[in-house]
Design a protein around this ligand. Sequence first.
Ligand code: NAD
Length: 435
Amino acid sequence: MATARLTPAHGLVRPDKDRFLDEENPFEAMMSRFDKAAELLDLEPGMYKVLRKAEKQIIVSIPVMMDNGEVEVYEGYRVLYNTSRGPAKGGIRFDMQVTLEEVKALAAWMTWKCAVVNIPFGGAKGGVRCNPLEMSAAELEKLTRRYTSGIINVLGPDSDVPAPDVNTNERVMAWIMDTYSMHVGHTTTAVVTGKPVELGGSLGRREATGRGCMIVTKEALGHLGMQVRGTTVAVQGFGNVGSVAAQLLVGEGCKVVAIGDRSLSIHNAKGIDIDDAIAHVVKHKSLEGYAKGDRISGADLLTLEVDVLLPAALENVITTKNAAAIRAKVICEGANGPTTAAADSILDEKGVFVIPDILANAGGVTVSYFEWVQDRGGYFWPEELVNERLTTIMKRSFGDVLALSKEHRVNMRTAAYMLAISRVATVHRLRGIYA
Ligand code: NAD
């Protein structure tokens, strides 16, 4: 097919189209993928300008009376990137690294992710720059409630629905839901997802992202003509996503030969007993001290000779520095942004089949959508039904992306972006510009 080109009319200032914008800046890394897909879609200049901008960016200052009687002031953000397809959806993180730029990138990511799996949400993200590990539960509750009240005007089941992210959890979601409910005067469970089941959370939500990774990995193996049984897997990150994906892949007959977390990475060619490793982490909070394999470095885990590599920890771990050394045939991106934009083409040249993050880890937001639907309907589904519907959506989405990648002869990441952008752009065209 003829490749369309971005022109000055798109408002883009980019002196060298082959130069990656900035592989360490999350917003620009995401945008370099966006640009590539926009070119292939021949996106009209006006639409390009609209989709490159966040709809709304909120910065709030959050004073908290600390346990020692002193006042600390934190900065919090909520970015609604695009709400053309439905209420904004995206997590809230509490972390010292949080910046407006990062939150904006993650909000855009959520927009494309929801569109890839075709759920009726737009994309958002929020964050507070703080160190939750040094704060008491009482301080965290005050921070959460004051942040919630600072962004209350955008929150709501029809407008913006947060979820947990780095260093936030069910408990934080319960505080947000309670604060919002107190403001509006009635209990509103559908204002957040990832809540405790007793408060309107969905069965299967905790495992959903890892389950989605398992489902799309099986689809990829099938597409590549590889057997699931005996497939070797290395998993970086052994938290919610990595441990569940590893457990479920073993359940399907795969052999997980390496796992690693912040404290330790191990390799065992005979296969690791994942239930045993999870029990260790439950007891000791990390893999530290787990000795049923050979200790390897975190960097070596990424370049092991395995069939499937599942990065499920951090962003920017597969870069121009190590991409050429990757020996996996398939990479399933459980984490958000584990591969830098510049590393994409190196993996392409090596023939690695990458299931991109906006498809691979979309199981979580899909079951968040189920949670929102159940809350709004006031009728809750058994876990089997949640898993069955998740499987249907993940398989269909993988198939949609694969079909587009074959049609346009592009990799799965570009195809996923093309699918997402075209879905969001279609809705914008149908709605028109309100003036
Ligand atoms: P988590 O906190 O439960 O687990 C993170 C794991 O990564 C931990 O085992 C931690 O020790 C490990 N880790 C941290 N730094 C590491 C390092 N330098 N080297 C190796 N391991 C390291 O988090 P999670 O919920 O499993 O999320 C993991 C990734 O998946 C993140 O990128 C997150 O944004 C993404 N994600 C999560 C969900 C979800 O539903 N939880 C959904 C979509 C995407």
